[in-house]
Design a protein around this ligand. Structure first.
Ligand code: CP3
Length: 366
């Protein structure tokens, strides 16, 4: 089915669009008062995420407020460890907690990809969201990267440095390798089911890959993500976001993903010149810019659109998720500014014959 707004899908294929599509990591979440009310009604984050009708409502909330160009499934990356039996919970105002960890040889040897039936609620949410969207916008499905999942599975909660994981990478690389291989299998199965249920795009969130040395990043984070990407049907666009992994950008570009997400430490203009002919790029406004005021936000967003330049294959996003203290009016300002600034740059669009060969479509920014 063709979508009423397919700018995201076109940009992911590096085809021209009339304006730069925009969506925001964590676009559904605590910065929205209606999200806080919904979570209250659900009783807990897990009740919200495991009830397809409520997950659908949460997914649609930001779309009712802002003219975003994509929906993203409301769920969490830790659904997979939960389905493996590790017992996920979220205490109010705290991060995730796993009741069981898998830090030793026995626990890692016993681990297997979960029965997909235990994740049925996610696939049901995807189908319900697709029905509710009724062809208006594409739906992004997602999963955590094998390494980022391993971080939580080993330590059981968030950590500033995941020291136990990094030590294990040196002490018992064989164990960490086995753990990420099981996760890669689980994530590939999971994303394929999301696609079967209707996800138009899938994204891998590798929040902690940037903690690793370059060789460890390739072995424990990038290689397992490549294995997953190889199992995604070729017609489905894919996005990989490895936070803090700018030094590995050239390797990520070769991973097989359609699009690479950038955090705010990366020079967008430079990345577009170097890599824009091979992959679409997504990013990368510092989410803390959204703690200022609409005028400041507009200026910062327009500057990034300029930095990305007029060539196809750019998707506006933040460099990481929206923080809870963000005023919703600043989100409205960023979305409007991206659309206005990119329309003003007058991208070449469909009705015009493509005058440039594909490879030279990636001009340096003015
Ligand atoms: O982007 C979206 O709108 C879709 C929903 C989404 C959530 N989590 C909902 C959520 C997505 C894509 C995620 C991914 C996720 N979850 C990541 C990768 C991206 C990133 O932010 O780095 C990670 C590391 C997690 C694990 C996780 N879940 C943490 C560390 C926390 C607590 C901290 C926080 O940001 O709130 C969560 C909880 C969570 N996941 C909330 C939401 C809306 C808040 C829960 C609440 O209502 O209290």
């Amino acid at each position: 089915m063709t979508l009423a707004n397919d700018t995201l899908l076109r940009a992911l294929r590096r085809e021209p669009t009339p304006y730069v599509p925009v969506w925001l990591m964590r676009q559904a979440g605590r910065y929205l008062p209606e999200y806080a009310a919904l979570r209250e009604r659900a009783g807990s984050f897990m009740a919200l995420a495991t009830t397809p009708s409520l997950a659908t409502e949460a997914t649609l909330q930001p779309l009712a407020r802002f003219p975003l160009d994509a929906a993203i499934l409301f769920s969490d990356i830790l659904t997979i460890p939960d389905a493996m039996g590790l017992g996920l919970s979220f205490a109010e105002g705290e991060g995730p907690r796993l009741a069981h960890t898998v830090a030793d040889e026995r626990a890692i040897a016993a681990l297997a990809a979960p029965d997909p039936a235990r994740l049925r609620y996610v696939f049901d949410a995807v189908s319900q969201i697709k029905r509710a969207l009724a062809g208006r916008l594409p739906l992004i499905g997602f999963a955590g990267s094998p390494f980022t999942l391993a971080c939580y599975m080993i330590e059981g909660r968030s950590s500033p440095d995941f020291a136990t994981v990094r030590k294990l990478a040196f002490a018992r690389p064989d164990l960490l390798e086995r753990l990420v291989a099981v996760n890669a299998q689980a994530v590939a199965d999971y994303l394929r089911e999301q696609i079967n249920a209707g996800a138009d795009v899938v994204m891998l969130f590798d929040t902690w890959g940037g903690l690793l040395s370059p060789p460890a990043y390739r072995r424990f984070s990038l290689d397992p993500m490549r294995a997953i990407l190889a199992r995604i049907p070729p017609h489905v666009p894919t996005i990989v976001f490895s936070k803090g992994a700018a030094s590995a950008l050239a390797a990520i570009v070769e991973s097989g993903a359609s699009c690479v997400g950038l955090d705010w430490t990366v020079d967008l203009a430079d990345a577009r010149v170097r890599h824009g002919a091979r992959v679409a790029l997504q990013g990368n406004l510092d989410p803390l810019a959204l703690l200022t005021d609409p005028a400041t936000v507009q200026h910062a967003a327009a500057a990034l659109v300029q930095a990305a330049g007029p060539a196809p294959g750019y998707i506006f996003n933040l460099g990481h998720g929206i923080v809870p203290a963000t005023p919703p009016e600043n989100v409205a300002a960023v979305v409007a500014a991206v659309h206005a600034a990119s329309r003003a740059m007058s991208l070449p669009h469909d009705d015009r014959p493509a005058t440039l060969p594909r490879s030279s479509g990636n001009r340096a920014p003015p």
